[in-house]
Structures are given as structure tokens and as C-alpha cells.
Design a protein around this ligand. Structure first.
Ligand code: AVI
Length: 316
């Protein structure tokens, strides 16, 4: 099997610079995109299989149930997945569209991307599989790929990853994505729905502690890649639903302590937090409004019987 890889990976200095800026803020914060080094990507895959984390299995069930309706909308296009992770969900679509010619996977985690795309290319030998290692939250200078030049492009953005962007950034992302996909393009996007906190909170703070390990891995990654001296045992994890409409996730310092990044001292007091993620939840109408604000046209929307999760089709 053959996969063409375009490596647009942001240089390590971006991580150093962004981490430093984020750790100097009053509310310490680091962008969730840095959660996905190799172990982070593996821990996230483990989260997706947890009982408490209803999102993945529910979205996959929606895609399965409506695969043929979806296939009608997106066959004869190039599929571009934003944040392809382990490239599992796309298989549901590929199985429903056997004639699909080209699949482009965008992900920030290079090793994971390569492995996943190779597996996919083995399973779908007639599909042209292209991997682009990039930070898709930044305007993408998309590689020049001759085989997709004049083709209709449909984006696939599953998993409610749009929820990790604050609404204004989400609108920006959707605008940018609309431009990348072009005039006849479409976007198939998974969005987690608002629901009772007794379902939401365990999804982000599971009994086995995988969600906690996923967040705390950020400290291990900084120690390894940036040379910080975080004592991971001196921190814990906390997640809760803020009724403004989002889960908030934090790393919490268990003691007063000072951490070093290069020659900068970063103090943490006992109880001080470092925010790792927001995960916004939308009602169907709220999300359709968000899409309109980005200049996209909301069309079909599919949900599961319990109304836990939604998959929207937007056109450019
Ligand atoms: C990737 N993203 C949609 C996940 C979410 O549900 O917000 C990230 C996550 N963080 C902890 N658990 C899951």
C-alpha cells in the first residue's frame, strides 16, 4: 500500500512559544492541539472506547444508520478529513461509497497519521490515500495536489472537535474551511448536543482515569519536548459542565510549586489551574446558526434516538 505524505508540521518552536505565552497568562492555558503527541493520540483513542464517552459510538451509529443518505450527498467528491486520528469513522463512509477515488487525511500527529493511513490504504487498495500533517486550526496552505484540482471537495469533521474551539474561533474555522473546499463544496460535521450534566461530566472524567491521564500527558510531553520540570504527581485533573454550554477541563496544582521553562520561572499556587480544553455543546438550532454565521448553509441533520449527538451536512 502507498500513501503520499505532505509534512506541513509546525516547528517545535511554535509549541515552545505557545506554551510559554499560555503559562504566563493569568488563567494558564495551553491549546488542546498539543494534547496529541503519540501517547496523547493513543490515550484519546482509549477515551473513545470508554462506556462513559458516548460520543464516538453514537456518532458511528448515526453514520452507519444514514450512510446511504450521506453517500448520496458526497459521492463523486474528494473527501478531506480534518483531524483524521485513527481514520476509523471514514471507513463507514468509504464502505457506503465504493467508487470514491480520493481521501485526504489532515492531522497534527504525524506518526499516528502515517500508521492510520497505511492501514486504511491496505484495506482500500483502490482508494488514493493522501496524508497531510498539519495544524488544521491555522489557515492551511494546502499542498498542490494535481489529482484533486477541479474536483468537488467535501470536508469530514467528525467527533465534535468543532466543540474544542470557542464559538468565534469555530466560526472562523468554518469560514476558512468553506474557502478551502470551494464553491460546490460541502462539510459533514459531527456536533455533540447539550444534555444533562450527569451524562456529560462522566464522559470527561471517567472512572478509570483515562481522561485524567490524557490531560496530564501534556505535562509529560512538555518535560520531554520543551525541557520543563513538571512533577506530574503534584498535579491532578478536573472537568465540569459550565451551564454557558461547555465542559471545562483543567490540570490542577496540588501544592504551591515553581516549574521552569528555559530560564523562566512559572509559579503555581495550591489549587491553581491550567486549562487544557473547552468542549462546547450545541443544540441543533444553535449549531445551524453558527454555520450560517460562517456563511455556510445548513442542510440535512441526523441524530440518534436519544438525541445525544448530531451530524450536520453544510453546503458552501
Ligand atoms: C476531540 N474532542 C472532540 C474531544 C471532546 O470530546 O471534546 C476531546 C476530549 N477531551 C477529553 N475527552 C475528550
Amino acid at each position: 500500500a502507498h500513501v503520499k505524505l505532505y509534512d506541513l508540521h509546525p516547528p517545535i518552536d511554535d509549541f515552545r512559544a505557545e506554551a510559554l505565552t499560555g503559562l504566563m497568562k493569568q488563567q494558564k492555558t495551553i491549546s488542546p492541539k498539543f494534547l496529541y503527541d503519540k501517547s496523547g493520540a493513543e490515550l484519546f483513542d482509549a477515551i473513545c472506547t470508554l462506556d462513559e464517552y458516548y460520543l464516538t459510538r453514537t456518532e458511528m451509529a448515526i453514520l452507519q444508520t444514514y450512510a446511504h443518505d450521506i453517500a448520496d450527498l458526497i459521492s463523486d467528491s474528494v473527501l478531506i478529513e480534518f483531524g483524521s486520528g485513527s481514520s476509523q469513522k471514514i471507513r463507514i463512509l468509504l464502505d457506503a461509497i465504493p467508487r470514491l477515488q480520493t481521501y485526504i487525511a489532515l492531522d497534527i500527529s504525524k506518526q499516528h497519521l502515517q500508521e492510520s493511513c497505511l492501514n486504511l490504504a491496505e484495506a482500500y487498495p483502490l482508494l488514493e490515500t493522501i496524508a497531510v500533517c498539519t495544524d488544521y486550526t491555522q489557515p492551511i496552505d494546502f499542498p498542490n495536489i494535481p489529482s484533486i484540482d477541479k474536483k468537488r471537495k467535501v470536508g469530514f469533521f467528525p467527533g465534535s472537535s468543532i466543540g474544542n474551539l470557542e464559538p468565534e474561533a469555530a466560526i472562523e474555522f468554518l469560514k476558512q474551511t468553506g474557502q478551502l473546499l470551494g464553491p460546490r463544496g460541502g462539510l459533514l460535521i459531527g456536533v455533540d448536543l447539550k444534555k444533562d450534566r450527569t451524562i456529560l461530566e462522566p464522559a470527561y472524567d471517567d472512572r478509570q482515569g483515562i481522561s485524567a491521564a490524557f490531560a496530564l500527558n501534556l505535562l509529560t510531553r512538555m518535560n520531554r519536548e520543551l525541557g520543563t520540570d513538571f512533577n506530574v504527581d503534584a498535579f491532578t485533573y478536573r472537568a465540569f459542565y459550565n451551564p454557558v454550554g461547555r465542559i471545562e477541563m483543567y490540570i490542577v496544582s496540588l501544592i504551591d510549586q515553581v516549574v521552569h521553562l528555559d530560564d523562566v520561572e512559572i509559579p503555581f499556587w495550591k489549587g491553581e489551574t491550567l486549562r487544557t480544553e473547552y468542549s462546547y455543546k450545541y443544540s441543533l438550532e444553535e449549531f445551524r446558526d453558527l454555520a450560517r454565521a460562517a456563511g455556510l448553509q445548513p442542510n440535512q441533520v441526523w441524530t440518534d434516538p436519544e438525541q445525544l449527538f448530531s451530524v450536520h451536512y453544510l453546503s458552501v
